[in-house]
Design a protein around this ligand. Structure first.
Ligand code: F3S
Length: 771
């Protein structure tokens, strides 16, 4: 492979290592007998650490959905809430710098209430120690620090880091937003981010590939958001699980780069691993507009000379869905789930049928999903139309720019003024209302009455925006939200209905018009929001964590395995569904994400005790009742290691690593269940726990709290691990003294056995990297 064009010296890390990726792909191609590959496979497999190890069959169908891949991501992005635990874990490795470029984005902890000026000052004051910690870690380890107010992680990544063919991880579920610029970008937990930051191969089961064929072209009111709200309706929230969504077809060429990002962003709502688009002219235009013409030149070379950055002719998808953009109607999704999708023409009728509120109470546009120049110019054009007719918004209207670059460019071009002059509150460049940081003034959190809001955001679980479980968030395009604020009526369809003016005349919106990119280019805005490019690590920086802090706590490495059998006591037998929310609740506990001891007070508080039917209740050996974490703490002090026994799909839900960290921190050693959710099982192994499943499910019924469970020949199992796991006998001793052996199964791989022996994956990685 010939050398690629060079990037400017301080922006070298911005260009994917095309020459290396293409060489790697050539090896993969030879292993699969030149079978045509999808774009997603090309990007993913070109990032394999060793193609020979991961590609063990020439038949692609033996790889997709079957084979574990060991990958080398190119970079890592972290948001302020999840970065805390990622960095605390990274610190315990003792490494002086990160192995790949990383960035931290302070966006989730910023409140939305009165507008940027006031909100930023108060949010910085409330979270100062967390921001100081993140900043000091960034300086020490050479990570780029994007401070509060600089923008939302995914928008900044799109503007600066995403590139065609890149593979990146991000500690946020909407990381796939970067797929809009042709990357494979995957949302992960902090421990996975640490894999990449330490240069440890990152493991992923090879996804299947779902092809979405776009035909026709968007026009009028329809926007890219409608592609994904429509798709969510087709696939439901689980339909994309285990898949990468790859878009293709002539309709792709009619989309803007930022529109493609919106579509990829909300791929998270269908459970997809990630989503991506082939390299387009629109990508080139966006790269040039964001001062990255050098990436476009390199991508052109990769495409035209090596056929990279697009699917091979004849590549096969596991499943194909077709959407005709010319026939697509604007959609409104919700409430409470993003896959409840209704075309705008049917929305009014549906609100009557479902008894949803007839009055819309607020409209919010922006967020990482929809704050592009194109989105905002289309929304502002509707505001101008309404304003010229003498209309004012009927309900509160909030605008969240995605980054300082977008905000400053909108300000220069008069759009911020248009919004503000027409009653909008322009919030800080941050997540704000999208992540529950909406200090809402018009409706109380505790209100028992349902109220409806229209947003251009991506997620609409209960209480997500304003903490009120009765707020129905309807997800739609910024254009629909903006038109809706002038009516406030659920029956209003901006595409055909008119609004009565004071003079008795009727006003009807024309379809919105916008600009894909600013004619005068982007401007960067306030300098203070921009970090240095490719910063070097500075080992002399002291990482700031106050010993008495209740937000942050340095981690002590977990103890390595002592080589003996594990002898544990059953602390709790869980009944039924036990998700990561049951194991490690979110909500108010998010405040303690950087303080393992404090957040551990939430451990399993949502779990139901099989023996008593109570939630968050466990009993000591003398019969005294405790809250579950309280008994864990007592047994930790008593030096009584414990085990939890549970049923099917234990740990389903998210990749929340605290659900594995906290039980380990509180003295748990084994989790024995009928079955695990895969990601949680992996997380337990990463934290040095022993996850086991019953070989015979009916043994669950033979175990009670207070029983002693001991491993039998654990050392033997450790010595004989196989990549498909194996079995392990455990001895159960009842309180009566009766004992019996039951068979269990494990799925430990070679690396995971090493994690167990070292006490955790981080301990193992640290030792490996330091040696
Ligand atoms: Fe932030 Fe909401 Fe996006 S929380 S990262 S704006 S999904």
């Amino acid at each position: 492979v010939e050398p690629f064009l060079q990037a400017p010296a301080d922006l070298k890390s911005r260009v994917p290592p095309y020459a290396k990726l293409i060489s790697n792909l050539e090896v993969v191609k030879s292993l699969v007998n030149d079978a045509p590959l999808t774009l997603a496979e090309k990007i993913l497999y070109s990032h394999l650490c060793d193609p020979h190890e991961s590609i063990t069959s020439s038949n692609l169908n033996d790889i997709r959905g079957q084979q574990y891949l060991k990958l080398n991501p190119d970079r890592v992005a972290m948001q302020d809430a999840s970065a805390q635990m990622a960095l605390l874990q990274f610190m315990t490795t003792g490494l002086p710098e990160t192995a790949v470029p990383g960035s931290i984005h302070c966006d989730h902890l910023i409140v939305g209430k009165d507008g940027e000026a006031k909100d930023l000052v108060s949010s910085i004051a409330t979270n100062q120690e967390v921001f100081d910690f993140l900043q000091s870690c960034s300086s020490k380890y050479g990570i780029q620090f994007w401070g509060p107010g600089s923008g939302i992680i995914h928008q900044i990544v799109l503007e600066n880091f995403s590139a065609p063919g890149l593979m990146m991880l991000g500690t946020d579920s909407h990381t796939p937003n970067a797929g809009g610029l042709g990357a494979i970008a995957i949302g992960v937990g902090g421990a996975d981010a640490v894999d990449a930051l330490t240069g440890t191969p990152w493991e992923l089961k090879a996804p299947k590939i779902l092809g979405v064929k776009l035909t026709g072209h968007l026009s009028g009111w329809t926007s890219p958001k409608d592609v994904i709200t429509k798709l969510a309706g087709i696939l439901t929230v689980r339909g994309g699980t285990g898949f990468i969504v790859e878009y293709f077809g002539e309709g792709v060429g009619t989309l803007s780069c930022t529109g493609m990002a919106t579509i990829c962003n909300m791929g998270a709502e269908i459970g997809a691993t990630t989503s991506t688009f082939p390299y387009q002219e629109a990508h080139k235009r966006y790269l040039q507009a964001t001062n990255r013409g050098f990436i476009a030149s390199a991508a052109d070379q990769a495409l035209h000379q090596y056929n990279f950055l697009k699917a091979d002719e004849g590549a096969e998808y596991d499943k194909v869905i077709e959407i005709n953009l010319s026939e697509l109607e604007p959609h409104v999704n919700g409430p409470f789930t993003p896959d409840l999708s209704t075309p705008i023409s049917e929305f009014g009728e549906k609100t009557l049928k479902e008894d949803w509120p007839q009055r819309i109470s607020a409209g919010l546009i922006g967020s990482c999903t929809n704050s592009s120049y194109q989105d905002m110019t289309r929304a502002a054009e509707l505001v101008r139309q309404a304003s010229q007719a003498g209309l004012k918004p009927k309900i509160p209207f909030f605008v969240t720019p995605g980054s300082e670059q977008i905000r400053a460019t909108l300000e220069r071009d008069g759009l911020i003024k248009t919004f503000k002059d027409n009653g909008a509150i322009v919030l800080a460049n941050a997540c704000g209302p999208c992540i529950g940081q909406w200090d809402r003034q018009d409706v109380a959190k505790t209100s028992k009455e349902y109220n409806s809001i229209f947003t251009s955001f991506n997620r609409n679980f209960r209480a997500r925006n304003d903490g009120n479980r009765n707020t129905m968030n309807f997800l739609t395009s910024p254009e629909m939200v903006t038109a809706m604020i002038y009516s406030g009526d659920a029956q209003f369809n901006p595409m055909k209905d008119a609004i009565k003016l004071q003079n008795g005349e009727e006003f009807k919106f024309n379809p919105p018009k916008g600009e894909e990119l600013p004619g005068a280019g982007f401007i960067s805005g306030r300098k203070e929001f921009y970090p240095e490019n490719d910063p070097k690590p500075n080992p002399s920086v002291e990482v700031k964590v106050a010993p008495d802090s209740d937000r942050l706590q340095l981690l002590d490495p977990f103890e390595p395995w002592n080589g003996k059998e594990l002898k544990t006591t059953v602390l709790l037998k869980v009944e039924g569904k036990c998700t990561t929310d049951h194991i490690s609740a979110a909500g108010v506990w998010l405040k303690y994400k950087g303080h393992l001891e404090n957040i551990s007070y939430n451990t399993l508080i949502g779990a139901q005790n099989k023996e008593t039917g109570e939630v968050n209740k466990a009993y000591d050996l003398d019969g005294t009742a405790y809250g579950i974490p309280e008994l864990m703490i007592k047994w930790k002090q008593d030096k009584r290691p414990w085990i939890v026994v549970a049923e099917h799909n234990y740990g389903e839900g998210s990749a929340r690593e605290h659900a594995a960290l906290s039980p380990r921190f509180l003295g748990g050693e084994i989790i024995l269940v009928k079955s695990f959710a895969r990601i949680h099982e992996t997380n337990l192994k990463k934290q040095g726990m022993l996850p086991l499943t019953f070989a015979d499910e009916s043994d669950y019924d033979r175990i009670s709290s207070g029983d002693v469970i001991e491993t039998v020949n654990l050392a033997d199992m450790i010595a004989k691990y196989g990549d498909n796991g194996g079995t392990l006998d455990v001895k159960v001793t009842k309180r009566s003294g009766e004992s019996f052996i039951i068979k269990t199964k494990h799925t430990m791989s070679k690396d995971q056995v090493e994690f167990f022996k070292a006490g955790s994956a981080i301990n193992y990685i640290g030792t490996l990297r330091r040696s």
